[in-house]
Structures are given as structure tokens and as C-alpha cells.
Design a protein around this ligand. Structure first.
Ligand SMILES: [Fe+2]
Length: 326
């Protein structure tokens, strides 16, 4: 028998828990594992048992209480992400599902899996990330309306997983505009590189990532290692592709040769890495950072246009601006 309990009746044990988005639990499907709620005191309270048919009334009850995040036991991660991959794949292929619904579910799924990979970059989670990225790319490539919604859903906080989701969405949307003649298979091959471009930041100390000021030369050196660290991690996990290799290694190279890690010049930077960098720059300007407040889309694009002469490719930028047209 399956149950959904009042969240304040049964404190759970002191297991490790992982946050998941309510948006990822599809209506009328069975909960893939036990679900918990975190209360104001930080205790995890049992909400629903694995196998419960998670219906509209459960969702409404949670939403009415201002709850958009549930928790699962850490040990159930693989179970949950397998469920997520199947649900997202089916949702994207479902012609009767509304574009905004598809966009919301895909966005939450990417956030959940990238948060997991950022916290625990073991090969199994990197593999599950690649599997969830694939239907996300399919949606962006095949559905203009859902892509508009996805672009509007990009969040503004400074977490690495939020940034990775945003950059992945912008980059695939831009690649689709540029490579109109490419097949779905070819565009799919770009997904892992764009969404996992900052994988190496898992190995950058949090004090450096969140430092509320300029990095000193030593810290800057550590920060500059993340392209190569990410490359090593993806290779060791067994998910390296030619496209991902280029994107991970070159996404901080600049046309004026002032980038890192190699200081490549304009002619040596691969077009895929340019796409990623453009999305990366835009997302950095439009997100709240420990050292600066975010700018609006209009202000960010204006600022980027001023950089065209030295650092940003004009043709690429013109296509990028089109992503924000109503
Ligand atoms: Fe980066």
C-alpha cells in the first residue's frame, strides 16, 4: 500500500537528502522513491511513499503551502534521475503537451541533474546528465514556442548549476539558428559540451567561486584551471566527444587572445567555443554575482555590443540578439 502523510507527523531519520523540483514530478505517475519535505527547522519530514500515484491534489497541497522543492534520500538519486529521463523524454515527444509545460519540466530537470553533478560528479551522474540533456536539445531544436519559454525561465542566481543550465539553453538555441542544415543527431552531439562546459568548477574551491571581490593572482590561477579540470573529468567518466572537448577546453578563449587557458587568437578558436563563450558572457552579466548585481537583458546586450570591436564576433552576436525577440 502507498501513502502520503501529513508532513508534520513523522520526522525522518538522519539520512542524507537531495533537493528535487516539484515541477519534475509528473501528475498521475507513481512517485519513483520516498519523498520528503524540509521544514523551517531544517528537519526532513516524510511526505509520500515510493509508488504513490502523485496526483493533482498532492501538488495543490504543496503549492498552497508554498513548497516547490521536495527532497529524496541521497541513495535514491539514481532511481529518481532514471525516472526523470524517462518522463522528460516522453513529455518532449507528447504532441498534446503545451510548450510552456514542456519548457518548465525540462528546465527543472536540467537544474536538478546539474545540481547533482556539481555536488557529486561521479561517472553515473554525468551519464544521467547526458541522458537528460538529449531530450532538452530535442525540444529546443524542434519547438520554437517551448524555446521562448525556456529562455524566459533562465534564472538569475549565481549557482554553477543554474549558470550551466542557462548557458546550455542559450547555446543550443543559438547553434540551432546558425546550423539550420544540421541534423538533430549533429545538434544533439553539442548538448553535453554546452551544458557541462563548467564541469571543472566542481574542483574549484567554493571560497574562490563565491568570493565577493576581485580574485588575487593565486586565486585567479586556480580559477583558470577549470576548463582543463572539466575536460579530464568528462574523459575519465567516459563521456568525452570531439565537440565537448572543444567546448570545455576553449570556452574562455577570447578573440583578442586575452583568454585562457591557452590564449588562442581569433583564427584558432572553434566556432562552438565562441557560441558557448557568448552565452557565458551574457549569463554572467544577467545573473546576480557575489560581486555585482545583475543587469537587464537590454543593458546586457548593449554592453556586449560595445565589446564587439575587441572581443565579440558581430555575426554571432546578431544571431544571439534574435533569441530575445518576442
Ligand atoms: Fe567556465
Amino acid at each position: 500500500m502507498t501513502t502520503a502523510m501529513a508532513a508534520d507527523t513523522a520526522p525522518a531519520s538522519q539520512d542524507k537528502y537531495l533537493p528535487i523540483s516539484l515541477e519534475c514530478l509528473q501528475p498521475e505517475r507513481q512517485a519513483p522513491c520516498d519523498l520528503f519535505i524540509r521544514n523551517r527547522e531544517g528537519c526532513f519530514l516524510f511526505f509520500a511513499q515510493k509508488g504513490l500515484a502523485f496526483d493533482a491534489s498532492h501538488r495543490q497541497r504543496l503549492v498552497a503551502n508554498g513548497i516547490s522543492i521536495l527532497h529524496i534520500r541521497d541513495e535514491d538519486s539514481q532511481l529518481y534521475f532514471d525516472y526523470l529521463k524517462d518522463e522528460i523524454t516522453a513529455l518532449v515527444r507528447n504532441p498534446s503537451c503545451r510548450p510552456e509545460k514542456k519548457a518548465a519540466a525540462v528546465h527543472s530537470a536540467c537544474q536538478d541533474i546539474l545540481a547533482r553533478v556539481t555536488a557529486d560528479p561521479r561517472a553515473a551522474f554525468i551519464g544521467q546528465a547526458c541522458e537528460i540533456i538529449t531530450p532538452t536539445v530535442d525540444l529546443i531544436v524542434s519547438d520554437d514556442s517551448a524555446t521562448k519559454h525556456l529562455i524566459q525561465l533562465t534564472a538569475y542566481d549565481h549557482y554553477t548549476y543554474t549558470h550551466s543550465t542557462n548557458v546550455g539553453i542559450f547555446s543550443i538555441a543559438l547553434a540551432r539558428l546558425l546550423y539550420r542544415n544540421h541534423s538533430m543527431g549533429e545538434l544533439r552531439r553539442l548538448g553535453a559540451g554546452f551544458f557541462l562546459h563548467d564541469l571543472g568548477k566542481c574542483r574549484t574551491p567554493i571560497e574562490i567561486l563565491n568570493k565577493p571581490g576581485k580574485l588575487d593572482p593565486e586565486e585567479w590561477q586556480v580559477m583558470q584551471r577549470h576548463p582543463q579540470e572539466g575536460h579530464t573529468m568528462l574523459e575519465e567518466a567516459g563521456y568525452m566527444t570531439k565537440e565537448a572537448q572543444i567546448i570545455l577546453l576553449q570556452h574562455h578563449e577570447r578573440d583578442d587572445a586575452k583568454g585562457y587557458p591557452f590564449g588562442l587568437g581569433r583564427d584558432d578558436i572553434h566556432p562552438l567555443a565562441r557560441i558557448c563563450r557568448l552565452a557565458d558572457v551574457y549569463d554572467a552579466i544577467t545573473s546576480d554575482r557575489p560581486y555585482s548585481k545583475r543587469k537587464s537583458t537590454f543593458e546586457a546586450l548593449k554592453l556586449m555590443r560595445e565589446q564587439i570591436v575587441t572581443d565579440i564576433d558581430e555575426k554571432l552576436f546578431t544571431h544571439f540578439v534574435r533569441l530575445f525577440h518576442a
